[in-house]
Design a protein around this ligand. Sequence first.
Ligand code: ATP
Ligand code: MG
Ligand code: MG
Length: 292
Amino acid sequence: LCQVINCKVAFKKQFNGIKYNWIQLAGHAGRFKPGDREGYILKIMDDSEKNCLALLQNDILSEFVPKIDRTSLNFDNNYYTEMQDLLYGFSNPCIMDIKIGVRTFIIDESNDKETKPRNDLYIKLINIDPDELTEEEHQTQAINKRRYMSWRERCTCSATLGFRIEAVKKSQVQEKEFYSMKKKSQVFDHIKNYTDNNKSIMEMYLNRLCCLQRNLKQSDFFNSHEMIGSSLLFVHDQSRANIWMIDFGKTRKLPDGVRLKHDVRWEEGTLEDGYLIGIQSLIDIFREAIEE
Ligand code: ATP
Ligand code: MG
Ligand code: MG
């Protein structure tokens, strides 16, 4: 089941005399804008995402994250951080946003945004999976963010494979949000379709994933953080393919003395994110697709 969504924002051709060819796939609308420097875009960032990106610039993962340069740029009452436009240099690229991890919600009982029951989330759920809701939820007509996010994990392959496809753009047309792609075989077919079954592109992606996996295991950043709701951005055109880590809005420094395995499932009382489960599943799928 796919739901077609409109491309959120697109900056094309000239803007402030600068050439852009950028589009946003997933995420909230209105958080990005073109800047005044070719090859860079601006994103409204919270301090925690900015701090993560700053630490990552000097980590073994630095080649896997967008470079950031100027921060706290003020436009129309918002503060922006200038970051590398990962689409820059590609020609009409295919793009895929994959959210990594088995757990996609943060655990913060003191945060109203996470715990407050919301009617809009109840409506979202009832429109797609009415049987999922309990009597009590029907009565209050509200569910909290965590309840909604954990349902999304279960109705997609996040819970089993440790990742899910959030959105894809292939050539000009498709922008999709995949609401209930759960089976490995479905994801497999989508990845083959996304790459047009081009083995050379798939091999470039696979090499990059293997390199990412190695670097993650040695990374000071990865070993000291909980990675929630972060994505890998896949980008390729006719001749090149690359992958970057993006979206660190819900990435948190672990409390002192806490270390994660990152390759086990989340259980109540732990902070495990299952990030490496997702990376391994993607590696397996690309390997299989290449060998087929
Ligand atoms: P969310 O609601 O998921 O937290 P967000 O507002 O934090 O979203 P991101 O998830 O970081 O935004 O990015 C949304 C989309 O913008 C991505 O799917 C991708 O298409 C595009 N994007 C993000 N960062 C870059 C970048 N550095 N270069 C090119 N495209 C990017
Ligand atoms: Mg995102
Ligand atoms: Mg974010």
